[in-house]
Design a protein around this ligand. Sequence first.
Ligand SMILES: Cc1cc2nc3c(=O)[nH]c(=O)nc-3n(C[C@H](O)[C@H](O)[C@H](O)COP(=O)(O)O)c2cc1C
Length: 387
Amino acid sequence: MASKRTLESCHKVMDFRKLAEKRLPAPMFHYIDGAAEDEWTYRQNTSAFNQYELVPRFLVNVENIDTSTTVLGQKIDWPFFCSPTGYCRLFHHDGEGGAARAAARTGTIFCLSSISTTTIEEVAKASEGPKIFQIYVLKDRGLSQEYIQRCKDANYDALCLTVDVPSNGKRERDLVTGMTVPPKLGLSGYMNVMKHIDWSFNYLTHPPTPSMVNIEHKLPKGSSNISVMDFMNTQFDRTVTWKDAAWMIDQWDKPFAIKGILSVEDAKMAVEVGASAVMVSNHGGRQMDGCPAPIEVIGDIVDAVGDKLEVILDGGIRRGTHILKALAMGAKACMGGRAYLYGLAAGGEEGAYSSLKLLKDEVQNNMILLGCTDVSQISSDHLRKWE
Ligand SMILES: Cc1cc2nc3c(=O)[nH]c(=O)nc-3n(C[C@H](O)[C@H](O)[C@H](O)COP(=O)(O)O)c2cc1C
């Protein structure tokens, strides 16, 4: 675990990335950090923010700043929350419970992945903060239905349906490192793990990282060592359509978001099936390489459907100013994965908290510099396209 002093030496989200790289064996680090094929979309997700400038206004009273907003029925202290990410206990034994507590400590939402290493119920117990569960429509519809019932029983605040995984993206760093879940390492992978004594010690001295906690009871007998990735690939149902999304929304009586939207046409479909929000996202560049960055398409989506549902930007956020640019484009809030995962990998719950807190402080300071005392004041008047 990184010492408090080491965490304190991080001054930006990308400093946590460096710490995570040092601390994690290569297969785990590249699983977080990598993306699909040439990783063009992944790089674009962050670099496309540079095409926009924030134009500040001065001589306004910025003594009191309110960074809070309301999204998916939850009032949060700042306009960012944690995207769903699988297998967190592989990165740090604090896992999803630690990440959920870190999110709650900064006053925001934690979204739990379907392929988490901590159950729906355990995360509900670990943190009292607001929680969303991320769901897929799987071949076994009974399983999707069971997830929904468990989220109702555990009092989750919202659901989000990820729609951009009809198949897994081709993540070439994982092919090189041999990353599978649970890890099945060859000699070089094994040597690499041994070099990371801290991580190995914690991995071996904490309860084993379960691979499919939420669906263990559904696995065929004798398949305990099956790779989750292989199993999930057999479960993604390529016949899923908007009808299935409508069916799922029908089963749930709280806010429901559709995650993975990149076009105006699909955003309109989300309105039609009764979604409360769309998460404009390309899965952090992990699915199709070559598709647009969320910041590039969010403006058109807001113009088309922003008065009918909430539009949330997901992906590429590494700076507070990225969040402000998305809000100026009309996003209700932003979300992100690696921004807290680097922190979690670097130092568990404390690391995830430090990294989120740093981002939150950047939002607050840049609102002062922009001349806005309330997030609702941030508008297209503050944005200029760089030419
Ligand atoms: C390690 C990792 C695991 C992920 N697992 C999931 C998942 O299980 N379900 C999902 O909908 N998205 C998953 N995502 C995508 C994130 O929810 C989010 O869309 C992405 O991280 C946003 O990009 P950012 O990392 O640049 O913020 C994962 C992302 C990462 C980095």
